[in-house]
Design a protein. Structure first.
Length: 491
C-alpha cells in the first residue's frame, strides 16, 4: 500500500486524503471569531461500564454522570484503545491507536514528542489548556522530547487553572481523578451504608463477602469521582460558563478486579461515556454506536474549529452529538478495536507483556493473543504469596492484576476445587484465538473459537481485524511486533 492509500484508509471520513498535518492558521483564526466552547474532560481511573446508576447499577450512585447523560448523550458502547493507564491516555490525547505510538503503547514508558496531543494543538490555536492530578501516565513525561506532561500544563486544581486563564480565552481542562484506582480503604463502601446483598457479582468472580465488600469499596471511590466532577460543574455554573462547555465523563480502562483491567475483555475495555453541551447537542439520548475514546481528540479539535491531522485515526463524534437520533446513529460504527501491549513487567526474563488485539461488534468479541505461551496475567511466582501480600503488594504473583482482596481471595484459595475455575479464568494460559458469542455468553466465560460451528465467524473476524490493523500500521500486523517488548520501562 502506498502512503496516500494508507492515509486515505487511516484518516476515516473526518479528513479527506490531502489535509495538512499542521493546523491551518486561517481556519483557527476564523473559528476563534465565533465563540468556541470550553472543554471539560473529567476522566476516572479504572471505571467500567455499566457501573453508574443511570446504567442500571443498584448500589453505586452517580448523580453527576446521570445529569451529564440526561442533558447530553450517553454512549452504551464506548471502548478505550487499551486497558492500561498510559497507553489508553496516550491514545485519547493523540486520537491515534496506541500501537501507532511506539513505546507509548506500553505502560510506564514515555510518549514521544512527535505524536501531537489535542491540548497542545488547542493551546496553539488560542485555548487556555491544562490538567490537574493524573494526566498522561504513569511514565516519564520528558524522555520522549517533551517539556511537560502530554496532557498539558499542570495545575494544583481547577481554581488555580481558572485563575491563570487570560480574559476571553476558551479553555480546555482535564480533570484526571485518581479514583476509583486501587488501593481502597477496607470496608469504606460497606461502612458508608452500601448493602452487600444488593451488589451484583459477575460470574467471573467468586460470590462471597470479601468480593462484595471489595466491590463496595470500589464504588465508594467511583462516587467520590462523581462527586468531585459535580463540584466542577457547579463551579462552571457559578462562572456562567456551563452552557458554553462541552463536558465529557469517562474512564481510562475497566475495573481493577481479576479478569478485567489489563485484558481486552469487556471488563477491561468497555467504559462509561457521557457528553453534553447544552443548546448545541440535543440531549436525553442514548446512543449505541461503537465508539473509541480515540474519537475524543478529533471531536474536541472539530468543536474548536480545527481539522485533525492525517495521522489521527479516531473519528470525530460531532455528527452523532449534533444529531437528534438515538440508538444506532452512524451505520458504519458497528464495531470497535482494542489492543494491549505491556502493562506491568511481570514475566521473568521476558521483557514483554501479553500482546492482544480484539474486535468487538454487536454479537461477537474476537481476540488474537500473539504470545499464547506467556502467562496472561504475569508469572505465578516461584513461591506462594500470602493473602496479605496479594492484597497489598503489586509486583508479585500475577502482577498484571492489581493487588486487592478479590485477587488475594482467588489466588490464596486457588488450589481448592471451588476457587480453581476463577483462578484459571483470570490467570491461566489462553489459546491464540478467543471468540465469545455475547448473545449467549455476555460475561465471556466460554471461548468458542475452536468450535466448528463458529469457524466461519472466526475466519471473517480475523480477516477484518488483520486488515484494519494493517491499515493503521500496527507493527503486530505489518512488521516487527516484538519491538514493543524491547522498549524499556521508565523511559
Ligand atoms: Ca487506569
Amino acid at each position: 500500500m502506498n502512503r496516500r492509500a494508507f492515509l486515505e484508509r487511516t484518516t476515516g471520513s473526518i479528513a479527506a486524503a490531502a489535509l495538512p498535518q499542521a493546523l491551518p492558521q486561517a481556519l483557527a483564526q476564523s473559528a476563534s471569531a465565533a465563540k468556541r466552547p470550553n472543554i471539560l474532560f473529567a476522566l476516572a481511573d479504572d471505571w467500567m461500564w455499566p457501573l453508574a446508576s443511570i446504567a442500571g447499577d443498584r448500589v453505586v450512585k452517580t448523580p453527576t454522570f446521570d445529569r451529564v447523560a440526561r442533558s447530553g448523550v450517553m454512549f452504551t458502547n464506548a471502548y478505550v484503545a487499551a486497558p492500561s493507564c498510559s497507553p489508553s491516555r496516550a491514545a485519547m490525547l493523540t486520537g491515534q491507536w496506541h500501537w501507532r505510538l511506539e513505546q507509548g503503547a506500553n505502560l510506564n514508558t514515555t510518549l514521544p514528542a512527535k505524536f501531537r496531543t489535542y491540548p497542545d494543538l488547542l493551546e496553539e490555536s488560542g485555548y487556555h489548556a491544562g490538567f490537574t492530578r493524573k494526566g498522561w501516565g504513569p511514565g516519564n513525561e520528558t524522555s520522549g522530547g517533551r517539556k511537560r506532561n502530554p496532557a498539558g500544563a499542570r495545575y494544583a486544581d481547577f481554581a488555580a487553572f481558572v485563575a491563570a486563564r487570560p480574559k476571553d480565552k476558551p479553555f480546555c481542562f482535564w480533570f484526571g481523578s485518581q479514583d476509583p484506582h486501587r488501593p481502597y480503604e477496607w470496608e469504606s463502601g460497606f461502612k458508608s451504608g452500601m448493602k452487600l446483598e444488593d451488589v451484583h457479582v459477575p460470574p467471573y468472580l467468586p460470590d462471597n463477602e470479601t468480593v462484595r465488600k471489595d466491590i463496595c469499596d470500589y464504588y465508594w471511590k467511583v462516587q467520590r469521582y462523581d462527586r468531585e466532577t459535580g463540584e466542577l460543574l457547579r463551579a462552571l455554573e457559578s462562572m456562567g460558563e456551563l452552557d458554553n462547555t462541552i463536558v465529557v465523563m469517562s474512564g481510562d480502562n475497566g475495573w481493577p478486579f481479576p479478569r478485567s483491567k489489563a485484558t481486552v475483555y469487556e471488563t477491561g475495555t468497555h467504559v462509561p461515556l457521557a457528553i453534553s453541551w447544552p443548546g448545541h447537542f440535543p440531549g436525553g439520548r442514548v446512543v449505541e454506536d461503537f465508539v473509541s475514546l480515540t474519537d475524543l481528540a478529533p471531536t474536541f479539535l472539530e468543536a474548536a474549529g480545527l481539522i485533525p491531522g492525517q495521522q489521527v485515526t479516531g473519528r470525530s463524534l460531532m455528527p452523532i452529538l449534533r444529531s437528534r437520533k438515538s440508538g444506532q446513529v452512524e451505520r458504519r460504527r458497528d464495531h470497535v478495536l482494542t489492543g494491549m501491549e505491556r502493562h506491568v513487567p511481570c514475566r521473568g526474563e521476558i521483557k514483554g507483556g501479553y500482546p492482544q488485539r480484539a474486535l468487538r461488534n454487536r454479537q461477537f468479541h474476537y481476540m488474537r493473543n500473539f504470545k499464547p505461551e506467556r502467562w496472561p496475567a504475569g508469572d505465578p511466582g516461584t513461591e506462594p504469596s500470602t493473602y496479605e501480600q496479594l492484597a497489598a503488594s503489586t509486583f508479585r504473583t500475577y502482577a498484571d492484576i492489581d493487588a486487592g482482596p478479590s485477587k488475594a481471595w482467588i489466588v490464596s484459595h486457588g488450589e481448592e476445587a471451588a476457587a480453581k475455575p476463577f483462578l484459571e479464568r483470570c490467570a491461566g494460559k489462553r489459546s491464540e484465538r478467543e471468540l465469545y458469542d455475547l448473545k449467549k455468553d455476555p460475561y465471556q466465560l466460554k471461548n468458542v473459537a475452536s468450535d466448528p460451528k463458529y469457524a466461519a465467524v472466526v475466519k471473517r473476524l480475523d480477516a477484518q481485524l488483520t486488515a484494519e490493523l494493517r491499515a493503521t500500521g500496527d507493527p503486530r500486523a505489518v512488521g516487527d511486533g516484538d519491538v514493543f517488548d524491547r522498549y524499556r520501562t521508565g523511559s
